[in-house]
Design a protein around this ligand. Structure first.
Ligand SMILES: Cc1cc2nc3c(=O)[nH]c(=O)nc-3n(C[C@H](O)[C@H](O)[C@H](O)COP(=O)(O)O)c2cc1C
Length: 552
């Protein structure tokens, strides 16, 4: 029987179903979304998927940092494209989905990665679909990226190897929802989608450091993607957690050659390897299974593209280091000092990186119109009164938001601000307690310079584009989060994604009713306080790195 979410079993419209999932996975102060009620450490999922029996190509680790200045990550120019070599491919994965550090405390240790993840559980898996290249010993095919080994496990050899994707390659992302559900229960599928968005932006930023380009390929349905990546091969996942196909991006390594040949999902291939089991047993979360099924992208329904506002040239946050350094140093703040202010210029430069520009990462990879805006709680920004603000990422939505915010009577451009800057003041006041309470009582929402909620145009998008667009909204939120993480690092401060928040608390404060607008993700930025008990070690052993290892 098809799993359903809504209590009313007649309501089987996928859009109704995904809205029902969205509603039932809201946290409320008096009732959190249904979770496991405690952590079962005996089933803690392995954060590293491997395919036993698949040949592994170890990628080289960068020996020195020769990446360009970090400002190129924010649209200030572009690096000359690197030739497509094994070293360049290694750097691309190192700077997107690779490990960034090993943390140690009292005999325990864990890895951090370039891409963040809710609870550091890392549900996102990455695959490269590579053409035949002379430095690729296994030939063209499908490769799973193994971050701990910094290697590519060859899942498939494509027999149509004469087919060369002349200008680059493809990266597919999948989710293993169980990794998140183990800790977060029903709300976990939201976090999987945030993490996919972070990973897409991480891919785009890594490509920018190499002078490459990335674009999302929305024409792929999930069934085609599952086929291409081999995650529909039940026989290779016996006893192992299945992967949900999410999206495919195209990576262009040079602009000289014409359009890329699209890999064909139905090309005959030879498959290798069997997925490892990540936990010895699992709790069932049928509501997540249903959410996966109803939000499957079966076809792409084109939305009337919103008129893309032409934003002024980007104003990157002041930063001195290299792109590689900035990408590797990204961390989540676990605590802020509750004291330090930032200047209005820094604040605006950080927000500026979230604007969708056709010429700046990460949103030059994004094929959809911008659908999310930032509701800001400004605590400590010199030259800006504390209070409630709105950062409009699509100017065309201003009037609709103004009409929808029944609880807001002020709508003004802050004094002495360039009128082209899309910041509006909605109210003055000390919002530290409100922000803390809204973010499940987390101090990080109050103790930084500012925090925010990301508000998405919601039901109208789902009705126009189908239930699959629910995932896209979360991907966009994750991409905004990744741009905030990097912009904060560039400005000498630090950010943290906040997945635990009370959805309706923000809606009520703004006077929003219904599902036209929904808050999808929160974020905070400030001056971090390090946890002195933790030791930080490099993530990779200095091993002889490259080589093609046959299985066994
Ligand atoms: C979608 C998402 C939600 C998150 N939610 C929270 C949160 O509610 N509270 C928090 O302290 N950290 C949160 N984080 C930060 C993660 O805990 C952090 O990314 C993870 O521990 C890995 O650490 P790193 O970001 O330093 O690599 C979130 C991160 C993501 C990507």
């Amino acid at each position: 029987m098809k799993p359903t979410i809504a209590n009313d079993p007649t309501g089987l419209d996928p859009v109704d179903e995904i809205i029902a999932y969205h509603d039932r996975t809201k946290h409320h102060p008096e009732r959190y979304a249904r979770g496991p009620g405690g952590l079962d450490w005996s089933t803690q999922p392995n954060p590293f998927r491997r395919f036993d029996g698949a040949p592994m190509l170890r990628l080289p680790l960068a020996q020195r940092d020769d990446t360009p200045a970090a400002a190129i990550l924010f649209g200030a120019g572009a690096a000359p494209p690197r030739p497509f070599t094994l070293e360049a491919l290694g750097l691309f994965f190192e700077l997107s989905l690779g490990l960034s550090a090993r943390k140690e405390v009292s005999g325990m240790s864990w890895y951090l990665r370039v891409n963040p993840s809710s609870g550091n559980l890392h549900p996102t898996e990455g695959y490269a679909v590579l053409p035949a290249l002379e430095w690729l010993p296994g030939g063209g095919g499908v490769y799973h990226y193994a971050p701990r080994e910094h290697g590519l496990e060859q899942r498939a050899r494509r027999s149509g190897d004469g087919r060369v994707y002349a200008d680059g390659f493809w990266v597919g992302l999948t989710s293993i929802p169980w990794r998140e559900a183990w800790k977060y229960g029903e709300r976990a599928f939201r976090y999987c989608q945030h993490d996919v968005g972070h990973a897409v932006a991480a891919l785009r930023y890594a490509a920018a450091a190499l002078g490459w380009r990335v674009s999302l390929a929305p024409e792929w349905t999930e069934a085609q993607l599952a086929r291409l990546l081999g995650v529909d091969r039940g026989e290779d996942f016996t006893g192992a957690e299945r992967e949900t196909p999410e999206l495919l991006v195209r990576v262009r390594v040079n602009d000289l050659v014409g359009t890329a040949a699209t890999p064909a999902a139905d090309e005959p291939v030879e498959w290798f390897g069997r997925a490892n089991a990540l936990s010895p047993s699992h709790a069932e979360w049928p509501v997540i299974d249903a959410a996966i099924a109803v939000s499957e992208r079966r076809a792409v329904i084109a939305e009337q593209p919103a008129a893309r506002a032409v934003w002024p040239r980007p104003a990157p946050p002041p930063c001195t280091g290299s792109a590689g350094q900035l990408i590797r140093q990204r961390r989540s703040a676990v605590d802020f000092d509750g004291l330090t202010s930032m200047t209005r210029e820094t604040f605006l430069a950080i927000l500026d990186t979230t604007l969708p520009r056709g010429s700046a990462p990460p949103f030059d990879a994004w094929p959809f119109p911008p659908r999310l805006h930032l509701v800001l709680f400004v605590h400590r920004v010199t030259g800006l009164e504390p209070g409630l603000y709105l950062w409009l990422r699509a100017a065309a939505d201003e009037e609709a938001l103004r009409q929808a915010f029944h609880g807001v009577s002020t709508w003004e451009v802050p004094a002495h601000l360039d009128p082209t800057v899309p910041l509006r003041r909605l109210g003055r006041g000390d919002l530290r307690e409100f922000a803390r309470a809204l973010s499940c009582q987390q101090d990080i929402a109050a103790d930084g310079a500012f925090s925010l909620g990301m508000l998405a145009r919601f039901e109208p998008v789902l009705r126009a584009c189908g239930a699959g667009a629910w995932r896209e909204l979360f991907w966009e939120a994750g991409m905004i989060g990744q741009s905030l993480y990097l912009a904060a690092e560039a400005a000498g401060v630090r950010g943290t994604g906040i997945g635990c928040f009370f959805d309706e608390g923000l809606h009520r404060a703004l006077g929003l009713t219904g599902h036209d607008w929904q808050s999808l993700y929160h974020f905070t930025v400030g001056n971090p306080v390090e946890d002195q008990r933790l030791r930080t070690a490099p993530p990779y052993e200095p091993l002889p790195r490259t080589g093609y290892l046959a299985p066994g």
